[in-house]
Write a protein that binds this ligand. Structure first.
Ligand code: RB5
Length: 142
């Protein structure tokens, strides 16, 4: 199950990502927002982060205007490694090296075509499992 959430700035990109993921056969849980009315991004970032920390959802996707507010918020949660990505190289590297469990994107920064490719790269890339990366990830939580 993939958790997804956005503020008003990411609402329309969120809808495109949900449709894309459902077409690919993923189960998606939409934590809102549900309209383009102005709202507060921490509400949705916290909901998605909690769903990932609890294990209810295996990964999360968060979108706001820049991707910055949602990633700052999600990274406050112990066990969350939220990566703000605007390119496929970073999306692949953050899965391989950081075992990132939330992808954050900025809908006012990254167009929908690229955003869908970033989503696919993020979800299709496994963690490398390399000892040095496991060591570095555990150091984050120390
Ligand atoms: C909303 O205007 C905007 O501040 C928000 O989407 C996000 O970019 C915050 O980091």
């Amino acid at each position: 199950m993939i958790a997804i959430g956005s503020d008003h700035g990411g609402f329309s990109l969120k809808a495109e990502i949900i449709a894309h993921l459902q077409k690919r056969g993923f189960e998606v849980k939409d934590f809102g927002t549900y309209s383009e009315e102005s709202c507060d991004y921490p509400v949705y970032a916290k909901a998605v982060a909690k769903a990932v920390v609890s294990g209810e959802c295996e990964k999360g996707i968060l979108i706001c205007g820049t991707g910055i507010g949602v990633s700052i918020t999600a990274n406050k949660f112990r066990g969350i490694r939220a990566a703000l990505c605007g390119d496929c190289f970073s999306a692949e590297a953050t899965r391989l090296h950081n075992d990132a469990n939330i992808l954050a994107m900025g809908a006012r920064v990254t167009g929908p075509g690229l955003a869908l490719k970033i989503v696919d790269t993020f979800l299709d890339t496994p963690f490398s499992g390399d000892e040095r990366h496991i060591r570095r990830i555990s150091m984050i939580e120390e």
